[in-house]
Design a protein around this ligand. Structure first.
Ligand code: HEM
Length: 414
């Protein structure tokens, strides 16, 4: 099927395009004229042997693919649709140790173990500590801003809570926390030339996290504490993670739980400050529906992918066995078939069946409740401590092929 309005070679994951904006007009065009559309990629860009991927842009189709793992495998590589340089086979093999890139039954076994650390009770137990953290992060940002100064919302506020939440969850001691943050930044941001991070540095950072986490696991096995590490590795065997499995799980948390939530918070703040009516409403009523709308609006993960396990029809297209399929959550979350006035930021939107945490199915975001809690806690604290916050410049965006990221957002405290 031809998509008349998009030029040949158009790629929704082009970091230059995503750095400037999320391609909403192009998504709208694709949804209308070619909802499952072949995006050709020049050799070497995809990192795979093929020459492109199917871009899935409608809400219903993204859900369908996500909930049919027997037709669409996660095994090849879920997160990366486009690389700057060719990925080696070895790197793909390593990525398969991360649960995001596993299929049932292997995935089912790991997921059953790790979700013990994410029960409603486990998340509730973090609430008190995270509430105090959120408050102190915002108060510190205010105290350090000076009288009429401006500060960067991303580094002063958005970065901190997600990092602390994961560290709290897995019991990382305070003195090691900035190391984890630094490594996870390096892994996720190597596309952005400003960080001057090569793929080698990213891989090295990933290995450092694995080895840090394996040491943590070994220490907790010796001397269990009241944290998720102790629960997951308490005894080797069927119902527990091996130390190296735990290491790869921590890598996933460091990226999946850190960069995503940070960008939801930064985009949420930007949305509030550019929609003052919604900010006033939030400060007055604090609607329980707020966090879900922030995630729909921000859609921090632009897209993930699957690979067809057999020939299958989708959106009027015949997808061949082994072909890659990109699930564009950014497009699904703006599908007018599902959302009334999707271009409106409305914190009272209810229902809000957005796919920002995935399209359902076995890989649905494990950390959703934690992310929603963090977003609620930080905006509550900001509304209490910085009610007069104002925008002091345009956001600077992250250059990435899959993250809808903000690098810098200058604000003024009053
Ligand atoms: C998976 C988004 C926060 C842990 C995912 C997926 C998405 C996503 C799109 C993939 C779903 C799929 O492939 O079907 C987000 C967003 C977040 C967020 C937008 C914040 C606003 C978190 C947090 C954690 C976390 C705070 C944990 C601390 C995970 C894990 C997976 C995952 C472990 C893999 C699950 C699996 O493969 O079974 N997330 N996430 N996420 N997320 Fe999140």
């Amino acid at each position: 099927m031809h998509c008349p309005a998009l030029p040949d070679g158009f790629d929704f994951t082009d970091p230059d395009l995503l750095q400037a904006r999320v391609p909403h007009p192009e998504f709208a065009q694709a949804r209308r004229t070619a909802p499952v559309w072949w995006c050709a990629q020049p050799p070497g860009i995809s990192g795979f042997d093929d020459e492109g991927y199917w871009a899935v842009t409608r809400h219903a189709d993204v859900k369908y693919v996500s909930t049919h793992p027997e037709l669409f495998s996660s095994h090849t590589n879920t997160a990366v649709i486009r690389f700057n340089e060719t990925i080696s086979r070895d790197q793909i093999e390593v990525q398969k140790l991360i649960m995001l890139n596993m299929d049932p039954p292997e995935h089912t076994r790991v997921r059953q173990i790790v979700q013990r650390g994410f029960t409603p009770r486990a998340i509730r137990s973090l609430e008190g500590a995270l509430r105090a953290r959120a408050r102190s992060i915002v108060e510190t940002a205010l105290a350090e801003a000076g009288d009429d100064d401006t500060f960067d919302f991303v580094t002063r506020i958005a970065v901190e809570l997600p990092l602390q939440a994961i560290a709290e969850l897995i019991g990382v001691p305070q003195e090691d926390r900035t190391k984890i943050f630094d490594w996870s930044n390096k892994m996720a941001a190597y596309d952005d030339p400003e960080y001057a991070i090569t793929e080698e540095v990213g891989t090295e950072a990933a290995m450092e996290i694995v080895s840090y986490a394996m040491n943590l696991a070994a220490a907790r096995k010796e001397c269990p504490a009241k944290d998720i590490v102790s629960q997951l590795v308490a005894a080797e065997g069927e119902g527990n993670l091996q130390s190296d499995e735990f290491g790869f799980f921590v890598i996933l948390l460091a990226v999946a739980g850190n960069e995503t939530t940070r960008n939801a918070i930064s985009h949420g703040m930007h949305a509030f400050l550019t929609h003052p009516g919604q900010w006033e409403l939030y400060k007055r009523e604090r609607p329980a529906t707020t966090a879900e709308e922030i995630v729909r609006w921000a859609t921090p993960v632009v897209a993930f992918q699957r690979t067809a396990t057999q020939e299958v029809e989708l959106g009027g297209q015949r997808i061949g066995k082994g072909e890659r399929v990109g699930l564009f959550y950014s497009s699904a979350n703006n599908d007018p078939e599902v959302f009334t006035a999707p271009e409106t930021f409305d914190i009272t939107r209810d229902p809000n069946p957005h796919l920002g945490f995935g399209g359902g199915g076995p890989h649905f975001c494990l950390g959703k409740s934690l992310a929603v809690l963090e977003i609620n806690l930080i905006f509550n604290a900001i509304a209490d401590v910085l009610p007069g916050l104002r925008l002091a410049g345009d956001p600077r965006r992250l250059r990435s092929a899959w993250l809808n990221g903000i690098k810098e957002l200058r604000v003024s405290p009053r």
